[in-house]
Design a protein around this ligand. Structure first.
Ligand SMILES: Cc1cc2nc3c(=O)[nH]c(=O)nc-3n(C[C@H](O)[C@H](O)[C@H](O)COP(=O)(O)OP(=O)(O)OC[C@H]3O[C@@H](n4cnc5c(N)ncnc54)[C@H](O)[C@@H]3O)c2cc1C
Length: 377
């Protein structure tokens, strides 16, 4: 049995733990300084924009597509295995287009997706009004409807991934910050890490995966290979309405001006999120940044502009989180740590960690299997 230790149990670490727990020949341990889904994952809206994103080729599209393919089987597997329900909205995503100059780009995307085997519908404003009577069609020049994109509850998903991995034999240690590593003294170029240290225990490892979100930077600093990540703050809110919006049989996620309106059922909606960059001073200052109330109000006003009934709703919750954004390289960072033979990074998912968690887990699994950890089934 090869011992794989995963540091961090947000949606990314939990997805990796689950996927690796299915591999014969691997024993999986995941360690988190808190409980699952407490970092950026706790703040996420779980909107999975794959087909409707403008990424059409290269690594970024391949990851999106891999997640898109894995998600339906993953959720079904987890629900059967754990008996837990993972709230999943499969009614698609409707993006509102307000500028006629953007239409050629959408038409081109539609053709590319058709060739790739996915469907995107371009709706006239009248069709937007008919299908979604709660939306204000005045400024809308088109609706882009993506029936294969979806939204999932990030916390429920993470908890189900942890429960599923546990059933498959994975071990979890919570409320234990990882404080360092044991590295074999060797003169070779690529040294192995032999263990992960917390304040109370040392967990021996044949391979280590760092999926600690923003906490990955200090961990890689202790390895002498800092992976630069900065926080980008996001605020969101929950609104309750006495009666649900639109028609009961069609409740897609709506996006207008990069503001999501996520139906939760029972007249509840998530609205968000802001994208607030930190002051360019120090990382400490960036991590300590606090949300600006006006920015959240702008998001609320933006959502009301395309969905006026939201103005009548009661705000029942406000929150914010810090997205882990790589600096100097593209998101996400899924690669070995330079100078080590058995440490991998799976971090820096910025705005798409929920969407990309399953593909990240498969990419980590591929790398481990290629390097001789675990048995191919
Ligand atoms: C407001 C908001 C809305 C968002 N909406 C979406 C969306 O709609 N769709 C989407 O795909 N993404 C969305 N995101 C982005 C998404 O939340 C992130 O990309 C994703 O959660 C990153 O997951 P992660 O597991 O890498 O990091 P995290 O969730 O931050 O998890 C990292 C974990 O590592 C642990 N950790 C850190 N340091 C240590 C240590 N030293 N020892 C042990 N454990 C440690 C932490 O406790 C934490 O549990 C949103 C983000 C925000 C803030």
């Amino acid at each position: 049995m090869k011992r794989i230790v995963i540091v961090g149990c947000g949606v990314v670490g939990a997805a990796i733990a689950y996927e690796l727990s299915l591999c014969p020949g691997l024993h999986v341990t995941a360690i988190d300084q808190a409980t699952p889904a407490q970092g950026s994952t706790a703040a996420a809206l779980g909107v999975a924009m794959a087909v409707i994103s403008h990424k059409v080729k290269g690594r970024n599209w391949r990851l999106r597509e891999r997640s898109l393919r894995r998600y339906p089987t993953l959720v079904a597997e987890l629900e059967t295995l754990t008996g837990q329900t993972v709230q999943l909205n499969t009614q698609g995503i409707l993006s509102l287009c307000f500028d006629a100059e953007d239409l050629p780009r959408w038409r081109s995307l539609q053709q590319i997706r058709q060739r790739q085997g996915y469907s995107l519908e371009l709706w006239e404003p009248e069709q937007v009004r008919d299908r979604c009577p709660h939306l204000n069609p005045e400024e809308v020049v088109a609706g882009i409807f993506s029936p294969q994109d979806f939204q999932i509850n990030p916390t429920a998903l993470t908890e189900a991934l942890v429960a599923g991995a546990q059933i498959q034999g994975a071990e979890f240690y919570f409320n234990q910050p990882v404080v360092g590593f044991e590295v074999e003294a060797s003169t070779g170029e690529n040294r192995p890490c032999t263990a992960v240290r917390t304040a109370t225990q040392t967990v021996e490892a044949d391979a280590i995966v760092l999926s600690a979100g923003l906490g990955t930077l200090p961990l890689t600093q202790t390895l002498g290979q800092p992976t630069l990540l900065g926080p980008v703050l996001g605020q969101a809110l929950r609104i309750h309405l006495d009666s649900p919006l639109g028609t009961p049989d069609f409740q897609p996620v709506v996006n207008g001006h990069d503001i999501h309106l996520v139906p939760l059922g029972g007249g509840d909606y998530w609205v968000g999120a802001t994208v607030e960059f930190p002051p360019e001073t120090s990382l400490e200052a960036a991590l300590a940044m606090s949300p600006e109330a006006e920015r959240l109000e702008e998001v609320r006003a933006g959502a009301i502009a395309y969905c006026p009934a939201l103005a009548e709703g009661t705000i029942t919750q406000r929150w914010f989180g810090l997205r882990p954004r790589p600096q100097g390289q593209a998101a996400p960072v899924i690669q070995p740590v330079a100078g080590y033979s058995n440490v991998w990074l799976a971090t820096g998912h910025y705005r798409n960690g929920v969407l990309l968690a399953p593909a990240t887990a498969l990419a980590v699994k591929d790398s481990l299997l290629e390097c001789g950890f675990g048995d191919r089934r």
